[in-house]
Design a protein around this ligand. Structure first.
Ligand SMILES: [Zn+2]
Ligand SMILES: [Zn+2]
Length: 486
């Protein structure tokens, strides 16, 4: 492995006995063990716990933990290497809900009545009381829109669901952790504390785009209070990681709606509501009509982009799972990309959308970006590119715009001449194209649901297949993650 964007942490320190997994630095390992214990039911062997004061900082990575890391990686759409890679750690460090990702309660526990009362208790309210009340009312409405459930606020009297803000240990066995980390948790339907929702009062809560969006987290936690468990569908509101983009409307996904309606049935006005504003479906790799926005190499992986999502194909693993673009590049890479490529020599990734482009080194956006694509030497008439194709050995990039393509010299950082026709340079490739990538000696073009393999030396299309074939469609991946035994 060369550059280190998705490289595993220290591979092997000298003098280490063979046969055990070499470990990451101890602080990371402790953090990961704690994360897996909390969210994935990992039970450390008592012997592992006893670390002597003089223990090696690169203490061996417990072999049993690999399975748990893989399980977590599958849930979040990371390549299931079982190793504590930098991007696995980065996903573990994202703010999230305090509930487990693997406890199999989903779909079995529910309220037996269709009218529930809630109460907002205590002080510690992060924003104006009236605002908080409005936010919670709107969050309940998200769920009552699609089910026959009714939610009524009560002042001081007993209520089915008590909503409150707490700091640190608040005596329910699940202490909060200050800013970041765990944002909130909720209890499944039941008497007493059942259905109650707790928010971490130490977070920077807001009802606009700064800090953590209280509305988004409330909709998620209310889902638990109604009996839903976590979903590995990154488009679902029940996805455990905090995932709010300023431009994205907070709404139930198709999966959320299906899951809550399985528990409580369908609201009488659901048909008319959903015909006007259907709940968004997360792209499905098994969809025979799947198309891509952009495709790029990233170290040894190939990334396929669609909307806010991507699939990561690692050469060692047949399976691919969907994840959010923001799980790898939080807040810096926009959704609905036009094109993307990796410049290995400069160790950067470039992303294109409309007239703008973004450059990321490692996981960071370079300063002064995004900028206008005219930097590459496009004439002002070119408002966007369809695809970008990078040749690392020859150090040039081909941009595709409509029926034309442009050759950009990466060394001299300038366009080589003017545009040529795609049908001359790449015979057999229909235009305009969606995406292109050079991988393993072939150019892969994507248009709609067709994938064209093109041999650049003989200049012809070698074969075609369905676009989604590369993603190894397997049904019920979601269920597999949750039901995998240990
Ligand atoms: Zn949750
Ligand atoms: Zn609590």
């Amino acid at each position: 492995m060369s550059q280190t964007l998705v490289t595993a942490l220290p591979l092997r320190s000298p003098g280490r006995p063979a046969g055990r997994h070499p470990g990451p630095p101890e602080a990371d390992q402790r953090f990961a063990e704690e994360y897996l214990r909390h969210f994935y039911g990992y039970k450390p062997e008592s012997e592992r716990q006893k670390r002597t004061a003089d223990s090696d900082v690169n203490a061996d990575w417990p072999t049993g933990l690999c399975d748990e890391v893989q399980r977590m990686q599958r849930f979040f759409g990371l390549p299931p290497t079982g190793e504590l890679t930098n991007d696995t750690l980065a996903v573990m460090r994202r703010p999230r809900c305090g509930l487990s990702d693997v406890e199999p309660f989903g779909g079995t526990i529910r309220w037996k009545k269709h009218s529930l009362s809630y109460r907002i208790a205590g002080y510690n309210l992060p924003v104006l009381t009236s605002k908080v009340h409005n936010i919670f009312r709107a969050a309940w409405k998200i769920w009552s829109n699609v089910t026959p459930m009714k939610f009524r606020k009560r002042g001081r009297k007993e209520a089915d669901i008590v909503i409150s803000f707490h700091t640190g240990d608040h005596e329910d066995g699940s202490p909060f952790d200050g800013t970041g980390g765990i944002l909130a948790h909720a209890f499944l339907p039941g008497l007493g504390i059942g259905g109650d929702v707790h928010f971490d009062a130490d977070e920077d809560w807001s009802y606009n785009s700064t800090g953590f969006n209280l509305f988004a987290v409330a909709v998620h936690e209310f889902g638990h209070a109604l009996g839903l468990s976590h979903s590995s569908d990154p488009g679902a509101i029940m996805y455990p990681a905090y995932n709010v983009a300023p431009s994205y409307e907070i709404q139930l996904s198709f999966k959320d709606v299906k899951d809550i309606q399985r528990l409580y049935g369908i609201s009488s006005n659901f048909a008319s509501l959903s015909s006007k504003n259907p709940p968004p479906r997360t792209p499905d790799k098994c969809d025979p009509d799947l198309s891509f926005d952009a495709v790029t190499e990233l170290q040894q992986e190939v990334l396929f982009f669609k909307d806010r999502f991507m699939w990561r194909k690692h050469p060692q693993f047949d399976e691919t799972r969907i994840t959010l673009i923001s799980s790898l590049w939080p807040e810096s890479v926009p959704p609905n990309l036009d094109a993307a490529y990796q410049n290995v020599e400069k160790n950067v990734n470039l992303f294109f959308k409309g007239h703008q482009y973004w450059v990321l080194r490692q996981l960071r956006l370079e300063e002064g970006l995004p900028r206008n694509i005219s930097d590459f030497g496009f004439p002002s008439g070119i408002k966007y590119v369809d695809a970008a194709l990078h040749f690392r050995n020859e150090r040039y990039t081909v941009f595709f715009t409509g029926h034309e393509c442009w050759r950009y010299n990466e060394q001299q950082m300038m366009m080589e001449g003017s545009a040529t026709l795609i049908e001359q340079q790449w015979p057999g490739i229909p235009t305009p194209i969606d995406a292109a990538v050079f991988s393993e000696g072939l150019v892969h073009f994507f248009k709609g649901n067709i994938h064209y393999r093109f041999d650049p030396s003989s200049k012809h299309v070698v074969s075609t297949s369905r676009t989604n074939e590369l993603l190894e469609c397997k049904k019920n991946d979601d269920n597999e993650i949750l039901s995998e035994g240990r």
